[in-house]
Write a protein that binds this ligand. Structure first.
Ligand SMILES: C[S@@+](CC[C@H](N)C(=O)[O-])C[C@H]1O[C@@H](n2cnc3c(N)ncnc32)[C@H](O)[C@@H]1O
Length: 433
Protein backbone atom coordinates (compact mmCIF):
# COMPACT_ATOMS: atom_id res chain seq x y z
CA UNK A 1 0.00 0.00 0.00
CA UNK A 2 1.39 3.44 -0.92
CA UNK A 3 1.88 6.11 1.73
CA UNK A 4 -1.05 8.16 0.52
CA UNK A 5 -3.34 5.10 0.46
CA UNK A 6 -2.23 4.22 3.97
CA UNK A 7 -2.88 7.78 5.10
CA UNK A 8 -6.32 7.70 3.54
CA UNK A 9 -7.13 4.41 5.23
CA UNK A 10 -5.93 5.73 8.58
CA UNK A 11 -8.03 8.87 8.22
CA UNK A 12 -11.02 6.78 7.23
CA UNK A 13 -10.64 4.54 10.27
CA UNK A 14 -10.29 7.59 12.49
CA UNK A 15 -13.40 9.13 10.97
CA UNK A 16 -15.29 5.90 11.61
CA UNK A 17 -14.14 5.84 15.19
CA UNK A 18 -15.10 9.46 15.76
CA UNK A 19 -18.52 8.69 14.37
CA UNK A 20 -19.00 5.68 16.66
CA UNK A 21 -17.77 7.62 19.66
CA UNK A 22 -20.16 10.47 18.95
CA UNK A 23 -22.97 7.99 18.62
CA UNK A 24 -22.05 6.29 21.92
CA UNK A 25 -21.83 9.60 23.74
CA UNK A 26 -25.16 10.60 22.26
CA UNK A 27 -26.64 7.34 23.52
CA UNK A 28 -25.54 8.24 27.05
CA UNK A 29 -26.92 11.76 26.62
CA UNK A 30 -30.20 10.44 25.18
CA UNK A 31 -30.73 8.35 28.30
CA UNK A 32 -32.93 10.82 30.25
CA UNK A 33 -35.08 11.64 27.25
CA UNK A 34 -35.71 7.98 26.46
CA UNK A 35 -36.52 7.27 30.09
CA UNK A 36 -38.93 10.22 30.14
CA UNK A 37 -40.66 8.80 27.05
CA UNK A 38 -41.24 5.56 28.96
CA UNK A 39 -42.63 7.46 31.91
CA UNK A 40 -45.00 9.38 29.71
CA UNK A 41 -46.21 6.09 28.29
CA UNK A 42 -46.91 4.76 31.81
CA UNK A 43 -48.79 7.96 32.58
CA UNK A 44 -50.84 7.73 29.40
CA UNK A 45 -51.82 4.18 30.28
CA UNK A 46 -52.76 5.27 33.78
CA UNK A 47 -55.03 7.99 32.39
CA UNK A 48 -56.92 5.35 30.43
CA UNK A 49 -58.01 3.59 33.61
CA UNK A 50 -61.57 3.95 34.87
CA UNK A 51 -62.09 6.43 37.72
CA UNK A 52 -62.60 3.51 40.10
CA UNK A 53 -59.32 1.88 39.10
CA UNK A 54 -57.51 5.21 39.26
CA UNK A 55 -58.73 5.59 42.82
CA UNK A 56 -57.60 2.08 43.62
CA UNK A 57 -54.11 2.74 42.20
CA UNK A 58 -53.85 6.34 43.28
CA UNK A 59 -50.23 5.86 44.39
CA UNK A 60 -49.03 5.31 40.81
CA UNK A 61 -48.71 8.99 39.76
CA UNK A 62 -46.48 9.52 42.80
CA UNK A 63 -44.47 6.44 41.82
CA UNK A 64 -43.85 7.98 38.38
CA UNK A 65 -42.67 11.21 40.01
CA UNK A 66 -40.31 9.19 42.21
CA UNK A 67 -39.07 7.45 39.08
CA UNK A 68 -38.32 10.86 37.57
CA UNK A 69 -36.12 11.64 40.53
CA UNK A 70 -34.34 8.28 40.12
CA UNK A 71 -33.74 9.02 36.44
CA UNK A 72 -32.26 12.40 37.38
CA UNK A 73 -29.86 10.66 39.73
CA UNK A 74 -28.81 8.15 37.07
CA UNK A 75 -28.43 11.01 34.60
CA UNK A 76 -26.26 12.94 37.04
CA UNK A 77 -23.97 9.92 37.40
CA UNK A 78 -23.84 9.41 33.63
CA UNK A 79 -23.07 13.06 32.99
CA UNK A 80 -20.29 13.18 35.58
CA UNK A 81 -18.85 10.04 34.02
CA UNK A 82 -18.89 11.61 30.56
CA UNK A 83 -17.29 14.80 31.85
CA UNK A 84 -14.39 12.76 33.16
CA UNK A 85 -13.89 10.98 29.84
CA UNK A 86 -11.00 12.17 27.74
CA UNK A 87 -11.76 11.01 24.18
CA UNK A 88 -8.73 9.59 22.38
CA UNK A 89 -9.75 11.54 19.24
CA UNK A 90 -11.11 14.99 18.56
CA UNK A 91 -14.81 14.27 18.53
CA UNK A 92 -15.91 17.90 18.39
CA UNK A 93 -15.78 17.61 14.60
CA UNK A 94 -18.18 15.60 12.49
CA UNK A 95 -16.09 13.90 9.82
CA UNK A 96 -17.56 13.23 6.41
CA UNK A 97 -17.02 9.51 6.24
CA UNK A 98 -18.03 9.11 2.60
CA UNK A 99 -15.28 11.52 1.61
CA UNK A 100 -12.70 9.54 3.60
CA UNK A 101 -13.78 6.09 2.54
CA UNK A 102 -10.98 4.56 0.46
CA UNK A 103 -13.38 2.21 -1.31
CA UNK A 104 -16.19 4.72 -1.20
CA UNK A 105 -18.39 2.05 0.27
CA UNK A 106 -21.33 3.18 2.33
CA UNK A 107 -20.99 2.30 5.95
CA UNK A 108 -22.96 2.11 9.10
CA UNK A 109 -21.60 1.94 12.57
CA UNK A 110 -21.51 -1.75 13.33
CA UNK A 111 -23.96 -3.07 15.82
CA UNK A 112 -23.88 -6.28 17.74
CA UNK A 113 -26.44 -7.70 20.10
CA UNK A 114 -27.00 -7.72 23.84
CA UNK A 115 -24.37 -5.90 25.83
CA UNK A 116 -21.85 -5.65 23.09
CA UNK A 117 -20.81 -2.40 21.63
CA UNK A 118 -19.02 -0.62 18.86
CA UNK A 119 -15.43 -1.79 18.62
CA UNK A 120 -12.49 0.53 18.96
CA UNK A 121 -10.66 0.10 15.69
CA UNK A 122 -7.25 -0.69 17.03
CA UNK A 123 -5.15 -1.20 20.06
CA UNK A 124 -5.20 1.58 22.58
CA UNK A 125 -3.98 1.58 26.10
CA UNK A 126 -6.82 3.28 27.85
CA UNK A 127 -5.61 6.23 29.87
CA UNK A 128 -8.35 8.76 30.27
CA UNK A 129 -6.22 11.32 32.04
CA UNK A 130 -3.68 11.40 29.27
CA UNK A 131 -1.00 10.05 31.61
CA UNK A 132 0.14 6.51 32.28
CA UNK A 133 -1.77 3.84 30.43
CA UNK A 134 -1.82 1.55 33.40
CA UNK A 135 -3.63 2.27 36.59
CA UNK A 136 -0.59 0.99 38.35
CA UNK A 137 0.80 0.37 41.80
CA UNK A 138 2.42 3.74 42.35
CA UNK A 139 -0.93 5.32 43.14
CA UNK A 140 -1.77 6.41 39.63
CA UNK A 141 -5.45 5.69 40.23
CA UNK A 142 -5.55 8.82 42.36
CA UNK A 143 -8.51 10.90 41.32
CA UNK A 144 -8.23 14.31 39.73
CA UNK A 145 -11.94 14.59 39.38
CA UNK A 146 -13.81 17.49 40.89
CA UNK A 147 -17.45 16.66 41.26
CA UNK A 148 -20.16 18.98 39.93
CA UNK A 149 -17.92 22.03 39.77
CA UNK A 150 -16.04 21.19 36.59
CA UNK A 151 -17.62 22.60 33.43
CA UNK A 152 -18.57 20.12 30.69
CA UNK A 153 -16.03 19.75 27.89
CA UNK A 154 -16.79 21.25 24.46
CA UNK A 155 -17.60 17.90 22.92
CA UNK A 156 -20.51 17.53 25.34
CA UNK A 157 -22.17 20.55 23.78
CA UNK A 158 -25.83 19.68 23.06
CA UNK A 159 -25.40 20.83 19.46
CA UNK A 160 -23.10 17.86 18.84
CA UNK A 161 -25.60 15.39 20.23
CA UNK A 162 -27.47 13.26 17.74
CA UNK A 163 -30.62 11.23 18.06
CA UNK A 164 -29.70 7.58 18.26
CA UNK A 165 -31.86 4.48 17.93
CA UNK A 166 -33.40 3.23 21.17
CA UNK A 167 -31.29 0.11 20.91
CA UNK A 168 -28.26 2.31 21.68
CA UNK A 169 -29.92 3.72 24.79
CA UNK A 170 -30.64 0.12 25.80
CA UNK A 171 -26.90 -0.42 25.87
CA UNK A 172 -26.62 2.39 28.41
CA UNK A 173 -29.24 0.66 30.56
CA UNK A 174 -27.30 -2.54 30.13
CA UNK A 175 -24.13 -0.82 31.41
CA UNK A 176 -26.04 0.36 34.47
CA UNK A 177 -26.93 -3.26 35.22
CA UNK A 178 -23.31 -4.27 34.66
CA UNK A 179 -22.29 -1.70 37.28
CA UNK A 180 -24.26 -3.68 39.86
CA UNK A 181 -22.58 -6.92 38.77
CA UNK A 182 -19.10 -5.47 39.13
CA UNK A 183 -19.23 -2.57 41.53
CA UNK A 184 -22.11 -2.89 44.00
CA UNK A 185 -22.50 -4.85 47.22
CA UNK A 186 -25.70 -6.23 45.68
CA UNK A 187 -23.60 -7.85 42.92
CA UNK A 188 -21.51 -9.78 45.45
CA UNK A 189 -23.59 -12.97 45.10
CA UNK A 190 -23.15 -12.94 41.32
CA UNK A 191 -19.45 -12.17 41.66
CA UNK A 192 -19.14 -15.09 44.08
CA UNK A 193 -20.71 -17.32 41.44
CA UNK A 194 -18.67 -16.06 38.49
CA UNK A 195 -15.43 -14.51 39.70
CA UNK A 196 -14.68 -16.42 42.90
CA UNK A 197 -14.14 -19.83 41.25
CA UNK A 198 -11.70 -18.15 38.84
CA UNK A 199 -9.84 -16.33 41.62
CA UNK A 200 -9.62 -19.54 43.68
CA UNK A 201 -8.30 -21.46 40.68
CA UNK A 202 -5.68 -18.78 39.99
CA UNK A 203 -4.52 -19.04 43.61
CA UNK A 204 -4.25 -22.81 43.26
CA UNK A 205 -2.38 -22.64 39.96
CA UNK A 206 0.08 -19.96 41.08
CA UNK A 207 0.74 -20.68 44.75
CA UNK A 208 4.15 -19.01 44.94
CA UNK A 209 3.50 -15.53 43.60
CA UNK A 210 6.13 -12.93 44.27
CA UNK A 211 5.51 -9.19 44.42
CA UNK A 212 8.77 -8.53 42.61
CA UNK A 213 7.92 -10.71 39.66
CA UNK A 214 4.17 -11.39 39.67
CA UNK A 215 2.70 -13.79 37.14
CA UNK A 216 0.92 -12.06 34.27
CA UNK A 217 -2.77 -12.57 33.61
CA UNK A 218 -4.89 -11.32 30.73
CA UNK A 219 -8.67 -10.89 30.97
CA UNK A 220 -10.15 -10.45 27.48
CA UNK A 221 -13.65 -8.95 27.40
CA UNK A 222 -13.08 -7.48 30.85
CA UNK A 223 -16.36 -5.56 30.94
CA UNK A 224 -16.30 -3.05 33.78
CA UNK A 225 -12.97 -4.30 35.08
CA UNK A 226 -13.80 -5.80 38.47
CA UNK A 227 -12.45 -9.28 37.73
CA UNK A 228 -9.23 -7.81 36.32
CA UNK A 229 -8.88 -5.65 39.45
CA UNK A 230 -9.56 -8.57 41.80
CA UNK A 231 -6.93 -10.63 39.96
CA UNK A 232 -4.49 -7.77 40.37
CA UNK A 233 -5.26 -7.59 44.09
CA UNK A 234 -4.51 -11.32 44.30
CA UNK A 235 -0.92 -10.65 43.21
CA UNK A 236 -0.96 -10.83 39.43
CA UNK A 237 0.21 -8.34 36.83
CA UNK A 238 -3.27 -8.18 35.42
CA UNK A 239 -4.51 -6.61 32.21
CA UNK A 240 -8.14 -6.26 31.22
CA UNK A 241 -8.92 -5.99 27.51
CA UNK A 242 -12.17 -4.49 26.35
CA UNK A 243 -13.39 -3.17 23.01
CA UNK A 244 -16.59 -1.41 23.97
CA UNK A 245 -16.41 2.31 24.60
CA UNK A 246 -19.61 2.01 26.61
CA UNK A 247 -17.77 -0.28 29.00
CA UNK A 248 -14.46 1.57 28.89
CA UNK A 249 -15.92 4.99 29.63
CA UNK A 250 -17.62 3.55 32.67
CA UNK A 251 -14.79 1.32 33.94
CA UNK A 252 -12.29 4.12 33.54
CA UNK A 253 -14.49 6.41 35.60
CA UNK A 254 -14.89 3.91 38.39
CA UNK A 255 -11.27 2.74 38.40
CA UNK A 256 -9.61 6.11 37.98
CA UNK A 257 -11.97 8.73 39.26
CA UNK A 258 -13.85 7.46 42.26
CA UNK A 259 -12.63 8.98 45.50
CA UNK A 260 -14.24 6.65 48.01
CA UNK A 261 -16.46 3.63 48.38
CA UNK A 262 -20.21 4.27 48.00
CA UNK A 263 -19.59 7.64 46.40
CA UNK A 264 -22.42 7.42 43.88
CA UNK A 265 -26.06 6.45 44.05
CA UNK A 266 -27.85 4.93 41.07
CA UNK A 267 -31.22 3.27 40.55
CA UNK A 268 -30.45 0.39 38.19
CA UNK A 269 -33.78 -1.41 38.23
CA UNK A 270 -36.21 1.39 37.41
CA UNK A 271 -36.39 0.58 33.72
CA UNK A 272 -38.51 -2.52 34.04
CA UNK A 273 -41.89 -2.66 35.72
CA UNK A 274 -41.95 -6.42 35.26
CA UNK A 275 -41.44 -8.98 38.00
CA UNK A 276 -41.08 -6.45 40.82
CA UNK A 277 -42.07 -7.48 44.32
CA UNK A 278 -42.83 -3.88 45.26
CA UNK A 279 -42.34 -0.33 43.99
CA UNK A 280 -39.75 0.25 46.70
CA UNK A 281 -37.82 -2.77 45.46
CA UNK A 282 -37.89 -1.49 41.92
CA UNK A 283 -36.83 2.02 42.83
CA UNK A 284 -34.26 1.09 45.46
CA UNK A 285 -30.99 3.02 45.40
CA UNK A 286 -27.69 1.20 44.94
CA UNK A 287 -24.45 2.67 46.21
CA UNK A 288 -21.37 2.31 44.05
CA UNK A 289 -18.56 1.41 44.02
CA UNK A 290 -18.61 -1.07 46.91
CA UNK A 291 -14.84 -0.65 47.26
CA UNK A 292 -12.49 2.21 46.50
CA UNK A 293 -10.40 0.79 43.63
CA UNK A 294 -7.36 2.97 44.37
CA UNK A 295 -7.21 1.57 47.91
CA UNK A 296 -7.95 -2.05 46.98
CA UNK A 297 -4.29 -3.14 46.97
CA UNK A 298 -3.54 -3.71 43.32
CA UNK A 299 -0.31 -5.23 42.06
CA UNK A 300 2.11 -3.21 39.92
CA UNK A 301 1.24 -3.55 36.24
CA UNK A 302 -2.54 -3.41 36.41
CA UNK A 303 -3.93 -1.95 33.21
CA UNK A 304 -6.96 -1.82 30.96
CA UNK A 305 -6.26 -2.11 27.26
CA UNK A 306 -8.87 -0.94 24.76
CA UNK A 307 -9.28 -2.71 21.44
CA UNK A 308 -10.50 -5.83 19.73
CA UNK A 309 -9.00 -8.95 21.29
CA UNK A 310 -8.23 -10.50 17.91
CA UNK A 311 -6.52 -7.38 16.59
CA UNK A 312 -4.56 -6.53 19.70
CA UNK A 313 -3.46 -9.99 20.86
CA UNK A 314 -3.18 -11.50 17.41
CA UNK A 315 -0.05 -9.39 17.08
CA UNK A 316 3.31 -11.18 16.93
CA UNK A 317 4.58 -9.21 19.95
CA UNK A 318 2.08 -11.08 22.14
CA UNK A 319 3.33 -14.61 21.43
CA UNK A 320 4.08 -16.43 24.71
CA UNK A 321 3.62 -13.20 26.69
CA UNK A 322 1.14 -14.40 29.33
CA UNK A 323 1.25 -16.86 32.23
CA UNK A 324 -2.55 -17.01 32.45
CA UNK A 325 -5.56 -16.03 30.41
CA UNK A 326 -8.96 -15.77 32.06
CA UNK A 327 -12.14 -15.69 29.98
CA UNK A 328 -15.40 -14.99 31.80
CA UNK A 329 -18.57 -14.75 29.71
CA UNK A 330 -16.34 -13.94 26.77
CA UNK A 331 -15.84 -16.89 24.39
CA UNK A 332 -19.31 -16.60 22.89
CA UNK A 333 -18.69 -12.99 21.83
CA UNK A 334 -16.60 -14.29 18.94
CA UNK A 335 -17.44 -14.23 15.27
CA UNK A 336 -15.09 -17.17 15.06
CA UNK A 337 -14.46 -18.91 18.36
CA UNK A 338 -11.65 -21.02 16.89
CA UNK A 339 -9.69 -17.81 16.24
CA UNK A 340 -10.14 -16.78 19.90
CA UNK A 341 -8.88 -20.18 21.05
CA UNK A 342 -5.94 -20.12 18.68
CA UNK A 343 -4.92 -16.67 19.93
CA UNK A 344 -5.31 -17.64 23.58
CA UNK A 345 -2.98 -20.56 22.91
CA UNK A 346 -0.46 -18.40 21.01
CA UNK A 347 -0.22 -15.72 23.70
CA UNK A 348 0.23 -18.17 26.58
CA UNK A 349 3.72 -19.33 27.40
CA UNK A 350 4.28 -23.08 27.30
CA UNK A 351 2.74 -24.46 30.48
CA UNK A 352 0.54 -21.35 30.83
CA UNK A 353 -3.00 -21.69 32.09
CA UNK A 354 -6.37 -20.83 30.54
CA UNK A 355 -9.28 -20.55 32.95
CA UNK A 356 -12.74 -20.14 31.48
CA UNK A 357 -16.21 -19.63 32.89
CA UNK A 358 -19.16 -18.93 30.68
CA UNK A 359 -22.03 -20.13 28.50
CA UNK A 360 -22.09 -20.45 24.72
CA UNK A 361 -24.76 -17.87 23.93
CA UNK A 362 -23.15 -16.84 20.67
CA UNK A 363 -23.52 -13.09 20.27
CA UNK A 364 -23.76 -13.19 16.50
CA UNK A 365 -26.17 -16.11 16.33
CA UNK A 366 -29.65 -15.41 14.98
CA UNK A 367 -28.79 -11.84 14.10
CA UNK A 368 -31.40 -10.38 11.80
CA UNK A 369 -28.61 -8.58 10.07
CA UNK A 370 -28.34 -7.83 6.41
CA UNK A 371 -24.60 -7.89 6.79
CA UNK A 372 -24.41 -11.69 6.80
CA UNK A 373 -21.92 -11.52 9.63
CA UNK A 374 -19.79 -14.57 10.26
CA UNK A 375 -20.80 -16.59 13.28
CA UNK A 376 -19.24 -19.94 14.12
CA UNK A 377 -21.46 -21.58 16.72
CA UNK A 378 -19.88 -24.68 18.24
CA UNK A 379 -21.10 -27.02 20.94
CA UNK A 380 -19.07 -27.31 24.12
CA UNK A 381 -17.77 -30.66 22.89
CA UNK A 382 -16.44 -29.04 19.71
CA UNK A 383 -14.98 -26.07 21.61
CA UNK A 384 -12.93 -28.52 23.69
CA UNK A 385 -11.88 -30.38 20.55
CA UNK A 386 -10.61 -27.14 19.04
CA UNK A 387 -8.76 -26.33 22.28
CA UNK A 388 -7.05 -29.72 22.24
CA UNK A 389 -6.07 -29.12 18.61
CA UNK A 390 -4.43 -25.86 19.62
CA UNK A 391 -2.34 -27.61 22.25
CA UNK A 392 -4.44 -27.44 25.39
CA UNK A 393 -4.78 -30.19 27.94
CA UNK A 394 -7.98 -30.18 29.96
CA UNK A 395 -7.07 -30.34 33.65
CA UNK A 396 -10.30 -29.46 35.36
CA UNK A 397 -13.88 -29.16 34.25
CA UNK A 398 -17.21 -28.52 35.93
CA UNK A 399 -20.56 -26.80 35.48
CA UNK A 400 -21.27 -23.71 37.54
CA UNK A 401 -24.73 -22.22 37.88
CA UNK A 402 -24.74 -18.44 37.63
CA UNK A 403 -26.80 -15.42 36.76
CA UNK A 404 -25.60 -12.52 34.59
CA UNK A 405 -26.54 -8.95 35.59
CA UNK A 406 -29.64 -10.30 37.27
CA UNK A 407 -31.76 -8.20 39.58
CA UNK A 408 -31.49 -10.33 42.73
CA UNK A 409 -34.93 -9.24 43.89
CA UNK A 410 -36.72 -9.89 40.61
CA UNK A 411 -39.35 -12.60 40.24
CA UNK A 412 -37.50 -13.70 37.12
CA UNK A 413 -33.95 -14.99 37.38
CA UNK A 414 -32.31 -16.30 34.22
CA UNK A 415 -29.73 -18.92 35.00
CA UNK A 416 -26.79 -20.20 33.04
CA UNK A 417 -25.16 -23.56 33.59
CA UNK A 418 -21.75 -22.31 32.62
CA UNK A 419 -18.75 -24.32 31.54
CA UNK A 420 -15.81 -23.83 33.88
CA UNK A 421 -12.45 -25.26 32.98
CA UNK A 422 -8.76 -25.07 33.51
CA UNK A 423 -6.64 -25.94 30.51
CA UNK A 424 -2.87 -25.94 30.24
CA UNK A 425 -0.95 -25.16 27.12
CA UNK A 426 1.41 -27.97 26.22
CA UNK A 427 4.77 -27.40 24.63
CA UNK A 428 3.65 -28.84 21.30
CA UNK A 429 0.77 -26.53 20.47
CA UNK A 430 -0.53 -26.70 16.91
CA UNK A 431 -0.14 -23.05 16.10
CA UNK A 432 -0.20 -21.29 12.81
CA UNK A 433 3.03 -19.38 12.12
C1 LIG B 1 -20.85 -10.73 28.24
S1 LIG B 1 -19.69 -9.45 28.54
C2 LIG B 1 -18.73 -10.09 29.92
C3 LIG B 1 -17.98 -9.04 30.67
C4 LIG B 1 -17.21 -9.54 31.89
N1 LIG B 1 -16.19 -10.49 31.52
C5 LIG B 1 -18.14 -10.13 32.90
O1 LIG B 1 -18.07 -11.33 33.14
O2 LIG B 1 -18.95 -9.36 33.44
C6 LIG B 1 -18.55 -9.65 27.19
C7 LIG B 1 -17.62 -8.50 27.11
O3 LIG B 1 -16.67 -8.76 26.07
C8 LIG B 1 -16.49 -7.57 25.31
N2 LIG B 1 -16.04 -7.98 23.98
C9 LIG B 1 -16.77 -8.59 23.02
N3 LIG B 1 -16.02 -8.86 21.95
C10 LIG B 1 -14.78 -8.39 22.22
C11 LIG B 1 -13.57 -8.36 21.50
N4 LIG B 1 -13.50 -8.89 20.28
N5 LIG B 1 -12.48 -7.82 22.07
C12 LIG B 1 -12.54 -7.31 23.33
N6 LIG B 1 -13.68 -7.30 24.07
C13 LIG B 1 -14.79 -7.82 23.52
C14 LIG B 1 -17.86 -6.91 25.33
O4 LIG B 1 -17.80 -5.55 25.02
C15 LIG B 1 -18.30 -7.19 26.75
O5 LIG B 1 -17.87 -6.20 27.63
Amino acid sequence: MSNSEEDRRRKYEEALEIKSLRRIISAFLNYPEAAEEDLKRYERSFRRLSQADKALLSHLPEKYQRMRRCISRNTFFIFEMLKAFDPPLDISQDPDICKQDPQNVSNNTKETNHCSCVPASSRKEFHPEGGEASVGGGGSIISKFTKTTSPPPDWLDPSLQMRVPLVDVDKVRCIIRNIVRDWAAEGQKERDQCYKPILEELELQFPNRSKESPPSCLVPGAGLGRLALDISCLGFASQGNEFSYYMMICSSFILNQTERANEWTIHPWIHSNCNSLSDNDQLRPILIPDIHPASAGITEGFSMCGGDFVEVYGDASQVGAWDAVVTCFFLDTAHNITRYIEIISRILRDGGVWINLGPLLYHFADLYSQDDEMSIELSLEDVKKVAVHYGFQLEKEKTIETTYTANPRSMMQNRYYTAFWTMRKGATANLLP
